[in-house]
Every structure is written in structure tokens, then in C-alpha cells.
Design a binder for this molecule. Structure first.
Ligand code: C2E
Ligand code: CA
Ligand code: CA
Length: 593
């Protein structure tokens, strides 16, 4: 969507409007360092609606800074070569203002010389008629207006009319200079926004469809923060939020980010269809994070990438500490690649309990990395790296394979479970061989697909919706069930819930942990359970740690629970022991413990 200079210029000419009313006065500056008699020129200016100021060349710069002049009249000083350097200086410093050379007499050679040095016009005052002067003024005013308009349009993105990257850098660096020097006591939030899946949307529907989305996106953003918005390219926008130094910038920025998320996740209308494209937001703060433009833009972009990796429809404020730990995570990268080959992964199991009977009915498989030097590493530390590098694809296959083998071993001991859930990252859907590979693994490891359930997060559904839908449907045909993990933390669409083969909802543990203290959490949990009942889906509460929480869930008719109250995730051997013990935990027995 970049524009070529030629294209911009021709489309710009169509957009130019430089009409000027006859009553509007023209501001002229007469520069004369030789004490020349300028009466004729001044009379003519007066007759042509022109205001003027007169000064020597030494005073000209100060005058030009103080006031907006549309035309400059520069005296040629007879044969003086100074006039050429003065002309050169004016053209360099004030390229938008036409410079008209004037003198009582001018030879053709002298006129040629001035025109070569980019004078806009030359007038010989001794021969000047009002008719000619009128034309000179009119023509040069038009040149001035075209120049000004062209410069303005050059600072704008032709698609959205927002300021472009160059202009944004110019405006921001001016602000940063003032803040850095302590001359401005304000703070800034640099907010970087883009859509998730925009490239894919463009590839499928074409660039003009993409343009419609970008235009709509810019309108929605402009409505939230007028005047401080720029388009850096494609679907990438930046907003500048400015507050006085003593205001709480972070809380105002969080509010704005939430408003952006709400506004941009509203469906876009394309060919009478509703298209939902989630977005990601990254924020860097001035002066807290930096006062250096490239660093700031980089920080906001990093934060946006982080938001995209974590969950779609989210914002991340840059965090120096987190950034350092992310960098140390990238140190894990080379080792992660060889971890499968070195057999360093282990699959732990956390029991899933039927709340009314208190019996273990299944388990969630949770991966661990037994690092030879660093010890046991939890998934939150290495899954983001695995997702970023694409290593999640082979790791994901390892998990399915291991789970299949473990289920076979349990079966051989006469122990069986009804549900085995496995986490599937949205990145795994980017593997075009996902269905085929899983089908092969199912066959090779004799996996009973009716007990197999893949846990997806809500953001996985939002990322490349079509693509994921195809994957889910393909896997469902193999007999695999699906559940929505961390339910309540993302953006779910009811139509997705109804049309995709999702059989259960897992209530996020952040809500479960608050049910007995926080009325909002209790209401959310109630609403999710009610929703699951009315959609005829199973509902599972994660992170159940106390008998009070279990009691609350039991009363509302929540089907299953998982959490430390029953057991932490344990190794295969420990899980087998738990199954063998046949231990039951009900709300009553837990309360009596
Ligand atoms: P998750 O899917 O939400 O997994 C549940 C996490 O909650 C597990 O953390 C579990 O140990 C923890 N948990 C369970 N019960 C309780 C409780 O009562 N209290 C508290 N405080 N925590 C509880 P874990 O094993 O560290 O896994 C973290 C995340 O890593 C998982 O979140 C999941 O998103 C991801 N993950 C784990 N294994 C895999 C995998 O094989 N593939 C993929 N793609 N992601 C995985
Ligand atoms: Ca899970
Ligand atoms: Ca979860």
C-alpha cells in the first residue's frame, strides 16, 4: 500500500483546492538593502489588495519567522552579486514562498540569471502596468498555495488522510526534544495498534478489501483520540496520548487501550458480511521508558508483538524487566530445539473430577521441561518461545504421542479415564499438515479419540478464524472433542460457540479464585455456568483450591472441577497411583478434612 511519488502527485493535483477570495489580503515582504525608491511597487501592491512590510535583508529572517508572508519582493540591487546569494538563501530557507525580483531596470541576461537561481518572477518597475502586476500577483499566489497544499498532502497518508510515518517522526521528535530538555512538563504514551490476521484477510480478499478495513479502522481510532493519530503502513497505526506530568498517564492509557479494543473488535462490514478482525496494542511511555524516538517505537512494537503472542485482543505496556526476561528466554531457543531429541520433556497430569460424585473422570496433560542444568522448567517460561519459533508444532505432536502412550499403559493396568485433555496452541493451526499428522499419530499410538479433548483459548478462535475453523472441523471428524480454555478472559462470539464443535467451557481460574470474596467474580462464574447449561455444554472450573469454592460451584450445577484442592499436576506414575487409590473428593468430604 505504499505510494509512488508520481501517483501521489497526480492524485494530489486533483485534490488541490487553492481558491482564494478577492477580498482576502495578500501579505508581502519587500526586501531592499540598497535604499531604492519603492513607491511604484508599493502603489501597485496597494491597488491589488496587498499588505506589505519593508525591511533590509539582515532583518528579513526575523520578519519571516514572525509573520506569514505569501510573497517576497527582493530588490536586485542593480548588478550586485549579493542579490544572488540572498535569493539562494531565501529559496533554501523558505521554499514555499515565491520570490519576485524587482528593479527599476533589468537586462534580459540578469533576468535569466535570477530565473536560473529559482526566482519565481522578475518585474521591471519602470515599465510595470497594473494589468501585468495583477497577473504576477495572481500567478505567484497560486504557486505559493500549490506549494503549501502539496507539502500538507505530502505529510498525509493518501488512503486515510492521517499523518504519515515521516510526519509522525517529525512531530514526535519535536515533542521528545522538549520533554528531554525539560522544557515541556508533559508525559506521552506511544500506542501502537494493528489488526491480527490482516495480511491473511488481504491475501484472501484482495488489497481493495484491505483498504476498506484500514479506512474504517482509522475512522474508529480518530473518533477515540482526534488529531494525534498516524498511519505507519499497512494496518499499523500509532496514537500519541499526552497528559500533564502530574496526571496518572498509565491509568488513562489503559482506559484508552480498552476503548480501542472495544471499538476495533466491532465487526467490519465487507460485501454485506460482518468480518471480525481482532487487534493487538503495544504501549511505550515517555519519559518512563525512553525519550529517544527509535527506542520508543521499538519498545511499543515489541509490546504489541508480545500482546499478539499472549492473547489476541489485548494490550501490553512495555516492561523493561519483562523484556530482559524475554531476552533471557530467547537464550532457551537453541536448547529448546534439541530438547525433543534429548528426551527432556515430560507430560504431567492434573486430574479432572466429577463434582457430584467426587471421582476422577479424566485429566489434563501439562508439559514440563526437565532441563539438564536448570531443572524443571514450567510451560509459561518456554511455550511463548516455542510459539514464536514454531517449535510448538513438533512439541505439540510429542505431547499427543506421549499422552497416547500413557493411556495405553494405563489401559494395560486396567485403569481407564473418560477424558484426556491436551492444550493446543493457535500456532499449531498454522501447520497445514495438522489434521493429517494427528490422524497418523492416533493410528500409530492407538489413541481413543472419543476420550481425547483439545483445549483451545478464545484468542485461538479469533486468530485467523477461517483457518482455525477448518482445522477444528477436520479434527472433529476424527472424533476429537474441543473445549474452550481460560473462558471469560478473551472475546468469544456466540455464533462461534454455537457453530463450532465445542463441547465444554473451562472457567478461568482467575474467576474461580475470587468466587467467595469478589461479587463480580461470583457473578461471572454464575453467568458462565448458566451459559454452558443453556448451550448444552459441559462446564469445568479450573484452579479450585478450597472446599468453599467447590461448594459454590456444586450449588450452581458446575459439572467438573480441576485444581490444587484435588491435586497439583503430577507425573504419570503419581497419576496412576491416584487412579488406583480410587480416592473421591466431594464438597462435603473436602470441608471435613
Ligand atoms: P492452562 O491450560 O490454563 O493450565 C492450567 C494451569 O493452571 C497449569 O499450569 C496448572 O498447573 C495450573 N493450576 C491448576 N490448578 C491450579 C490451582 O488450583 N491453583 C493454581 N494457582 N494453579 C493451578 P502449568 O502446568 O504451569 O501450565 C501453564 C500453561 O501452559 C497452561 O495453562 C497452558 O496454557 C500451557 N501449557 C501447558 N502444557 C501445554 C502443552 O502441552 N501445549 C500447549 N500449547 N500449552 C501448554
Ligand atoms: Ca488448559
Ligand atoms: Ca486454563
Amino acid at each position: 500500500m505504499e505510494y509512488k511519488h508520481g501517483r501521489l502527485f497526480s492524485s494530489t493535483l486533483n485534490m488541490l483546492s487553492v481558491t482564494r477570495s478577492d477580498t482576502e489580503k495578500t501579505n508581502c515582504l519587500i526586501i531592499d538593502s540598497c535604499g531604492f525608491d519603492t513607491t511604484t511597487l508599493i502603489d501597485m501592491l496597494a491597488q491589488n489588495h496587498c499588505d506589505f512590510e519593508k525591511c533590509s535583508f539582515d532583518q528579513a529572517s526575523a520578519k519571516l519567522v514572525q509573520c506569514d508572508f505569501q510573497l517576497i519582493f527582493l530588490h536586485s540591487c542593480f548588478t550586485d552579486t549579493n542579490a544572488l546569494s540572498e535569493l539562494h538563501f531565501l529559496r533554501q530557507q523558505y521554499p514555499l514562498i515565491p520570490v519576485i525580483m524587482f528593479d527599476h531596470q533589468l537586462t534580459t541576461e540578469r533576468i535569466d540569471e535570477f530565473m536560473f537561481w529559482r526566482a519565481s518572477d522578475c518585474v521591471i518597475t519602470s515599465k510595470l502596468t497594473n494589468e501585468v502586476f495583477k497577473r504576477v500577483i495572481r500567478y505567484n499566489l497560486m504557486v505559493n498555495q500549490y506549494n503549501t497544499e502539496l507539502t500538507r498532502l505530502n505529510q498525509l497518508d493518501p488512503l486515510t488522510g492521517m499523518t504519515n510515518r515521516q510526519q509522525f517522526y517529525k512531530q514526535l521528535s519535536q515533542k521528545l526534544k522538549l520533554i528531554g530538555k525539560g522544557e515541556a512538563s508533559s508525559q506521552l504514551a506511544l500506542i501502537s495498534v494493528d489488526l491480527d490476521g490482516f495480511r491473511r484477510f488481504n491475501n484472501i480478499n484482495g488489497y481493495s478489501a484491505g483498504d476498506i478495513i484500514v479506512k474504517e479502522m482509522s475512522k474508529r481510532l480518530a473518533a477515540l483520540i482526534p488529531g494525534q493519530l498516524s498511519r505507519l503502513g499497512n494496518d499499523e497505526f500509532v496514537l500519541l496520548q499526552e497528559t500533564p506530568a502530574d496526571d496518572n498517564l498509565t491509568s488513562q492509557t489503559i482506559e484508552l487501550c480498552n476503548n480501542i479494543l472495544h471499538s476495533l473488535t466491532e465487526p467490519y462490514i465487507y460485501h454485506e458480511l460482518e468480518v471480525i478482525l481482532p487487534c493487538s496494542i503495544g504501549v511505550a511511555l515517555v519519559p518512563e521508558h525512553s525519550c529517544e524516538i527509535d527506542t520508543l517505537v521499538h519498545q511499543a512494537t515489541q509490546a504489541r508483538i508480545k500482546a499478539k503472542e499472549t492473547s489476541s485482543c489485548s494490550y501490553v505496556i512495555f516492561d523493561q524487566e519483562q523484556h530482559r526476561s524475554d531476552e533471557s528466554q530467547t537464550n532457551l531457543e537453541p536448547e529448546l530445539i534439541s530438547a525433543i531429541r534429548r528426551n527432556e520433556f515430560e507430560l504431567f497430569y492434573q486430574p479432572r473430577i466429577n463434582i457430584s460424585s467426587g471421582k476422577i473422570i479424566g485429566a489434563e496433560g501439562l508439559i514440563r521441561w526437565r532441563h539438564p542444568e536448570k531443572g524443571l522448567i514450567y510451560p509459561d517460561t518456554f511455550i511463548p518461545t516455542a510459539e514464536r519459533t514454531g517449535m510448538i508444532v513438533p512439541i505439540g505432536y510429542w505431547v499427543i504421542q506421549q499422552a497416547g502412550d500413557d493411556m495405553q499403559r494405563l489401559k494395560a493396568c486396567g485403569l481407564e479415564i473418560d477424558r484426556l485433555s491436551i492444550n493446543l496452541s493457535f500456532r499449531q493451526f498454522q501447520d497445514s499438515y495438522l489434521c493429517q499428522t494427528i490422524q497418523r499419530l492416533i493410528k500409530k499410538h492407538s489413541i481413543d479419540t472419543s476420550i481425547l479433548e483439545f483445549e483451545l483459548t478464545e484468542s485461538a478462535l479469533f486468530n485467523n478464524e477461517l483457518h482455525v475453523r477448518e482445522g477444528i472441523e477436520g479434527l472433529h471428524k476424527l472424533g476429537i472433542n474441543f473445549s474452550l480454555d481460560d473462558f471469560g478472559t478473551g472475546y468469544s462470539s456466540f455464533s462461534l460457540l454455537q457453530t463450532l464443535p465445542i463441547s465444554s467451557l473451562k472457567i478461568d481460574r482467575s474467576f474461580v479464585s475470587g468466587v467467595n470474596q469478589n461479587p463480580d467474580d461470583a457473578e461471572i462464574v454464575k453467568a458462565i455456568i448458566r451459559l454452558a447449561h443453556s448451550l448444552n455444554k459441559e462446564v469445568i472450573a479450573e484452579g479450585v483450591e478450597t472446599s468453599q469454592q467447590l461448594n459454590f460451584l456444586d450449588r450452581l450445577g458446575c459439572h467438573q472441577a480441576q485444581g490444587y484442592l484435588y491435586s497439583k499436576p503430577v507425573s504419570y506414575d503419581d497419576f496412576k497411583t491416584l487412579l488406583e487409590s480410587g480416592q473421591r473428593v466431594t464438597a462435603e468430604s473436602a470441608a471435613n478434612q
